[in-house]
Design a protein around this ligand. Structure first.
Ligand code: DMJ
Length: 634
């Protein structure tokens, strides 16, 4: 997990005709290189670029006049690419023509690098565009802001934000408790149907919906959203939608493709999604597909150290690290275990489990931890941690901690090394990373860099209250539950204190006495990607405490998603600015985890049925796909 993050992935872009082009592959290769640089490397490069830019401006005083002179016609399309030019408005300085953004504008994600965004922006109020390529335009005939998507489509800023729907929902909430539960469950089903309509109409069989431009993007070219959403449809009881999707899996899904995929992402979303759907439905189709993708991912483990490479070509059976490093991400190599262990369990072939447990065995005894906290990188040649000294519960490390606990639960609480590592890590978190904010005294989880504490907390860290609560439910120290409750409040405040009611990707907490507010959000960190972690934790906290406040907090968050991210023609979009309700600035992307995780956790949170995916029978993988806890006898 990278800082603002993040995916290490290989993305393929499909042309209008659906074929992959060499030119785009080359561009994306550069993009991928960028994304897999460390945060420090990227910062250095950006710093040098800024210096060069400043030097350039200093030696060319008439530059702004030159930009100003660029006419609309001078800002032509890039030859042969048929896309809109990429223009940034400079206040009183005309327009700056910039290189076109990557054709698949990858968002910062858990395990990719930060996109080049705010560096190109002028500083100012929160309504300025946060991502290069998306600009806000004040129209002359009124104050209503318009948004240009980077593809050039003009939409109303509040298009699809459905304020009326929000008001209606609030006004019509039933007072009878069981009717209230049913109406909230139905609201989640409705949200899912709306998201699915967009996917079906504009992105069917492709990886991700781009709801504003009514198109799609490819990452692996494997129908990622459809596979990620299968078990959600089953759990929500959306039988027709599920049947259509099943037909696609049966007839169209093939893993025999010359395509590079990221081992971690395809394991948690595709292998995990297929395995859980198999368990819920008993339909052998999903097990066959799971076996197919699982065996195609195995070449990743053929490394000198047996610590897997990040990328696998599932058609050729080859694997490789990123071109500029032989490191893998710690969270990635330690968060594929639940799925491969389950595959061995189902097939009777021990090779999958053996490969992932070898990784755990090595990480267990490695030097370089601090009170059980792990660094973010591990070398695939020598099996040692690299880039020592930085400890975070956010991007690149988060799910290491989650999977320590969950493997222990999956295996019937017998694997004591996993438990020891988890318990030690929780103590390490408390000692090194948990601090209190001012003025509200909220507990938060910061980061440690070479001994220096930073009050920075990724939204990704909000998985932690749920994991701590799950551990306490399974018999671990009751103090874990107390910390879980405190952190849950903090994660909720990360939503409640924002003008849109939606949390940003990253916050910084104030720790000085007398601060005016607890949370600061930097301009570059104001995006919301429809992430699940807070809703996930609310689900665990509600299941274990039955305190209705967690359901009510979740309901508020669902309303905010409906108000600011819902696109009228179908789908939900990530947004750039959670602090500007007038113009949240759509990013035109619905991540597969919105259907795979966020909506599923909303549904489970609002349900009062503890047997709906019982937490004594199932353990959720890090993409919200439930896998069975193995029977004690085994
Ligand atoms: C998902 O792919 C998984 O939850 C992963 O563990 C973290 N990142 C996204 C959601 O934010």
């Amino acid at each position: 997990m990278l800082p603002p993050s993040r995916r290490d992935f290989v993305s393929l872009t499909v042309t209008e005709s659906g074929s992959y082009t060499n030119g785009k592959q080359r561009r994306q290769s550069c993009w991928r290189k960028w994304k897999q640089l460390s945060r420090l490397q990227r910062s250095l490069i950006l710093f040098l670029l800024v210096l060069l830019l400043i030097g350039g401006i200093a030696t060319y005083p008439s530059l702004s006049g030159h930009w100003g002179a660029l006419s609309d016609t001078a800002v032509g399309e890039k030859s042969g690419e048929g896309k809109q030019p990429f223009v940034i408005e400079l206040k009183n300085q005309g327009r700056l023509l910039l290189p076109e953004p990557p054709s698949e504008k990858r968002i910062p994600h858990k395990r990719g690098p930060p996109v080049l965004r705010s560096r190109l922006q002028s500083k100012g109020n929160g309504s300025e565009p946060l991502v290069a390529g998306v600009k806000n335009v004040e129209e002359e005939d009124g104050n209503k802001p318009l948004v240009n998507s980077w593809r050039g489509a003009v939409i109303e800023a509040e298009q699809g934000t459905d304020l009326d729907a929000k008001r209606k929902d609030k006004a019509t909430e039933p007072t009878d408790p069981s009717a209230l539960v049913e109406s909230r469950l139905e609201a989640v089903r409705e949200a899912f149907r709306h998201a699915w309509k967009g996917y079906k109409d504009f992105a069917w069989g492709h990886d991700e919906l781009k709801p504003v431009s009514k198109s799609y993007s490819e990452w692996f070219g494997l129908g990622l959203t459809l596979i990620d959403a299968l078990d959600t449809m089953w759990i929500l009881g959306l039988k027709n939608e599920f049947q259509e999707a099943r037909e696609w899996v049966a007839k169209e899904l093939s893993f025999n493709k010359n395509v590079d995929v990221n081992l971690f992402e395809s394991t948690i979303r595709i292998l995990g999604g297929l395995l859980s759907t198999y368990h819920l439905t008993g339909d052998a189709l999903f097990l066959e597909k799971a076996k197919d993708i699982g065996s195609r991912l195995m070449p990743a483990f053929s490394t000198p150290s047996k610590i897997p490479y990040s990328d696998v070509n599932i058609g050729k059976g080859t694997a490789h690290p990123p071109r500029w490093t032989s490191d893998s991400t710690v969270a990635e190599v330690t968060s594929i275990q639940l799925e491969f262990r389950e595959l061995s369990h189902l097939t009777g072939d021990p090779k999958y489990q053996a490969a992932v447990m070898e990784v755990m065995r090595q990480v267990h005894k490695l030097e370089g931890k601090r009170d059980g906290l792990v660094p973010m990188f591990i070398n695939t040649n020598n099996g040692q941690f690299t880039h020592l000294g930085i400890y975070t519960l956010g991007a690149r490390a988060d799910s290491y901690y989650e999977y320590l606990l969950k493997q222990w639960i999956q295996g019937g609480k017998k694997e004591t090394e996993l438990l020891e590592d988890y318990l030690q890590a929780v103590e390490g978190i408390k000692k090194n990373l948990v601090r209190k904010s001012s003025p509200l005294n909220l507990s938060f989880v910061g980061e440690l860099s070479h001994g220096l504490f930073s009050p920075k907390m990724d939204h990704l860290v909000c998985f932690l209250p749920g994991t701590l609560a799950l551990g306490a439910h399974h018999g671990l120290d009751a103090e874990h539950m107390e910390l879980a409750k405190q952190l849950m409040e903090t994660c909720y405040q990360m939503y409640a204190q924002m003008e849109t009611g939606l949390a940003p990707e990253i916050v910084h907490f104030n720790t000085q006495m007398g601060s005016a507010q607890d949370v600061d959000v930097k301009l570059a960190d104001r995006h919301n990607l429809l992430r699940p972690e807070t809703v996930e934790s609310l689900f665990y906290l509600y299941r274990f405490t039955k305190d209705k406040k967690y359901q009510n907090w979740g309901w508020e968050i669902l309303q905010s998603f409906n108000t600011y991210t819902r696109v009228e023609t179908g789908g939900y979009t990530s947004i750039n600015n959670v602090r500007d309700p007038k113009n949240p600035s759509p990013r035109d992307k619905m991540e597969s985890f919105f259907l795979g995780e966020t909506l599923k956790y909303f549904f489970l949170l609002f349900s009062d049925n503890p047997n709906l995916i019982s937490l004594d029978k199932y353990v959720f993988n890090t993409e919200a796909h439930p896998l069975p806890i193995w029977p004690q006898a085994e």
